[in-house]
Design a protein around this ligand. Structure first.
Ligand code: F6P
Length: 490
């Protein structure tokens, strides 16, 4: 696109997110590098590798401070530096209030319909505002011009767009909200609903995964703000400034970097079978995600229980490998989920286990992308049973991992990805029996049908990859910048 080519090289691109793309930790053998389990990182990192620029994020690794220079910067990826990572250090009080408190006990359950009650504490709000201000200071300090393109990421930074706008009025601010946006009635229970919407309306463009979430946001702005809504052009004008509200379905890089290091599917299967001590005819389902109550992990284990109860012919012939990365473990609902999952797994294994064989294997630890891809390639199916999810990139990664065009994707209708991957077996995670039937359908699906479905899904993910996601946003931003230049010249 001409407009991109003309506009972007002139612009400084900055990303702001809570989670950093590379975490350095002390380990027995010196400093170990970790890539966090985060859809946001999986999507944006390849874009930054391609464009360069500055990524501003919270430094969270035990060895992070040992790798930065005097200005808290480090060039990454470590093996082949392409952009700057500017780390911001937070105190325990800030981290507790801003990240654990307001973001993950307040906004996370508020925006996801998973029936966990959101908690709103005044002290958390104070810390949330304070951390947003601190990041605004860093953005202004890192800006090398008065009109950078700033990509603000997620619900940790709802106030940041307004704070940047006040100090860099000519900046192009694109904010992407990686989680769902609920209906106005639900959002209205937040005591700071006006401040949050006001903060987001500091953006030039505000993006969500789906049109449905855009509509919900527009409804909330209509109900709680004195703003002018233009539904035809999907824009909101507030305080004399216009914000475009747009759907940008997020995706993954194609082909994924982790795929290059993979052995042939047959070898992956052998390796995983050996690791889990499984016979060669064992059928394998894989579930992999952060250990989060929105992901429907308990629900899929209950469905396995139901499957093996109703269809005992699969006992000893089918296993669910559930990999779950510990996350936000300080918070009650997260530690409770882990305990409940462990109990449920023991119960199901006691009920259906035979001669030392256990049908559910729960592996609670972080997996690096290459390990995740090996599991995907070793499996017969991948289960994504989120109770509610903005997009869910695990579904797209599974599809990308299967260059043999085999494997079945079971996908929750409450994940944004189900709008695009309609050849998956679409399930309702609240319907245990329905999900057990879907397991059965997957187990019985012919090689030819798997291929037909997988081909269509792979075509879609290949085409709608993360570069297209980013290019679409940047293209809209470039058009805005050109329009603004023309208007200000007149
Ligand atoms: O994609 C949603 C998201 O909340 C990202 O913002 C975040 O990076 C990811 O999930 C993982 O969560 P956390 O950063 O809290 O570990």
């Amino acid at each position: 696109h001409r407009v991109l080519v003309e506009e972007l090289p002139r612009a400084q691109v900055m990303v702001v997110s809570n989670r950093e793309p590379y975490i350095h930790n002390h380990s027995g053998n010196g400093i170990a590098l970790q890539i966090p389990a985060s859809g946001l990182v999986a999507a944006l990192e390849p874009v930054m590798r391609a464009c360069g620029g500055t990524w501003i994020a919270h430094g969270s690794g035990s060895a992070d401070r040992d790798t930065v220079d005097a200005t808290d910067r480090v060039r990454v990826p470590p093996a082949d530096p392409a952009y700057l990572l500017r780390r911001v250090w937070l105190s325990e009080q800030e981290q507790n209030g801003y990240y654990y408190g307001l973001a993950n006990e307040g906004l996370w359950p508020l925006c996801h319909i998973a029936f966990v009650r959101p908690i709103f504490r005044e002290e958390d709000w104070t810390q949330y505002r304070r951390v947003n201000e601190r990041f605004a200071d860093v953005v202004v300090r890192e800006a090398s011009c008065d009109d950078p393109v700033v990509l603000v990421q997620d619900y940790h930074f709802a106030l940041l767009p307004r704070m940047i706008r006040d100090r860099l009025p000519k900046a192009t601010i694109i904010t992407f909200w990686h989680i769902p946006w609920p209906n106005a009635e639900t959002f209205g229970i937040c005591p700071w609903r006006r401040e949050i919407i006001d903060g987001l309306l500091g953006s030039s463009i505000l993006g969500f995964h789906t049109q449905f979430h855009c509509n919900n946001f527009i409804e909330a702005a209509d109900r709680f703000m004195e703003s002018r809504i233009d539904r035809e052009h999907a824009s909101i004008t507030f305080g004399g400034q216009e914000t475009l509200i747009r759907p940008y379905p997020i995706s993954i890089e194609w082909p994924p970097a982790a795929l290059a290091q993979q052995a042939p599917v047959r070898d992956c299967r052998d390796a995983v079978r050996r690791r889990f001590d499984l016979p060669s005819d064992m059928r394998i389902a894989i579930g992999i995600e952060r250990f989060d109550y929105t992901k429907g992990i308990l629900d899929r284990i209950r469905a396995v229980d139901d499957l093996l109860t109703r269809h005992p012919e699969w006992v000893g012939r089918f296993v669910l490998i559930q990999a779950a990365a510990p996350t936000r473990s300080k918070l009650g609902p997260y530690s409770a989920l882990q305990a409940e999952a462990e109990q449920l797994v023991s119960k199901v294994n006691a009920r259906h286990g035979r001669d030392g064989f256990e049908p559910v294997r729960l592996v609670v630890r972080h997996h690096e992308p290459t390990e995740v891809f090996e599991l995907f390639r070793a499996s017969d199916m991948c289960v994504v049973s989120s109770l509610h999810d903005g997009m869910n990139l695990v579904a797209k990664e599974f599809v990308a991992a299967r260059d043999d065009e085999q494997g079945v994707l079971m996908l929750s209708s409450f994940a944004g990805a189900s709008r695009e991957l309609s050849e998956a077996l679409i399930v309702n995670p609240y319907d245990t029996h329905g999900m057990a039937e879907a397991f059965l359908q997957a187990l019985r699906m012919s090689v030819a049908e798997q291929r037909d479905r997988m081909r269509l899904m792979r075509e879609l993910v290949r085409e709608r990859n993360v570069y297209r996601w980013a290019a679409q946003m940047l293209l809209d931003a470039a058009r805005l910048r050109q329009r603004q230049r023309i208007t200000s010249a007149n």
